[in-house]
Write a protein that binds this ligand. Sequence first.
Ligand code: SF4
Length: 473
Amino acid sequence: MANVPNEPKGSKPKTTATKSTRTANLAYSKYLKKMYTRAAESAARGNPVAWVMAGAMADEILVAMDIGRVYPENFAGVCAAKKGAQPFLEAAESDGFSNVICGYARTGIGYGRMKRQLGAIPPGTPDGGMPDPAMLVGRTTSCDIGYKWFQAQKRYEDAPLHVIDVVMPPLASNLEEVLPSYIEFQTEELRAFIAFVEKVTGRKMDYDRLNKVVDIAHESIWHYYETHKLRRAIPCPMPTQDHLACFAPGFFMLGEPETLEFYKDLHAEVQQRVDEKVGVIPNEEFRLLWAGGLPPWHNLGIFNYFESLGAVFVAETCYNIWDPYPPGTRGDVVEWIARSSIHHRTEYLTPPRDPRVSAGGLKAGTFLSGRQVSVQWLLDKINDYKVDGLVMHGTMSCRACTIGQLYFKDTLKEYIDLPTLFIESDIIDERNFSETNMKSQIDSFVESLANARKRKQESQAREVGKSGQTSKA
Ligand code: SF4
């Protein structure tokens, strides 16, 4: 990590991001906040509340069984954005947890530790904190933390833990051959989870209700997926900082009617902005891809700094919404959730579409290697969203999203030459963050975007000149 000099005295860096769409501005105040108040009210009435990890595939099941939900990953992001995470990070570290462990996990663990010491939610906790859990729901996907975090959290919470094994075939598999056994396994995992919730709460799953909840979830995802396609327009109607607010209802309130209402509103608003050619900034000079890593939740205002220099983030590779799984194929609803999960995890593992990637010599029907999947994915985004440059964020405490970034950056150069900025800080912990340093890196990067464009224009002019001479001859 970079050596961080002191910030100038008296400087007050902007930490939150100014959003472009009206709907994104409501994502937190009108929707997400409700998750915490509802969970607190639910717990006060004696109803069970689950602490859940995003991506555990537990959402629709818990909604259908009326279990209150909070997501400690989101809680950590909210704490960081509100400058309230530091005491929790330090509390976790004082209990022996290393400062390179996931910032989300350290925030949750530190919160649990302080809550246990005080016998109550620590005063001043953003959004009133998370009520005591009746159950902890972990997942095996994404990273080792997904599996281990809640095991450590159990030091402070008197609640049973269930970890859902969320599976994805190995990259070298033949999809057609292995898919049935993966779907069968995933379905059984979800059935075991339902049995766990029934045992802990004494409630029975209502499968008609689950079907309705899945309908709502599916329609919500469809609206958000279509909204993302609209961001290909020039000028771009919705930037990455809006996505970083708008993904949250889909990740943390999936299956709830308000979430569907939210995405319908967003879809309509973004369509209107495209129709009226309303961009994020008045003069969109450069279109950027957030091409790796999670964002610095503690200082999202940095996105607006790019905009002040004419650069807009038109797409990103984090918290992506997936291609909705076709609802017409639904039979057994639990199996459908399993199929949908595997579809989401394998949609990019298709034969290469870009001829430059397929030149790698892969057989149709087999998965690509991780390297080529990522290159294909980045190339798709670059082409579809007409990207001029890439930004990657190496985060100290999320190895899962940082590993391979430099490798992908270098590999991508084999296919396309675009200016790329590599920045370093963390998702939650701002002890290594310097706004001054980052802004100076951004200044140089935007200069390199301008130079690259100039070189391209000069080369195109030379080509036109040559062809003019040829036709005269
Ligand atoms: S993917 Fe990264 S941020 Fe998310 S839980 Fe794992 S280590 Fe933490």
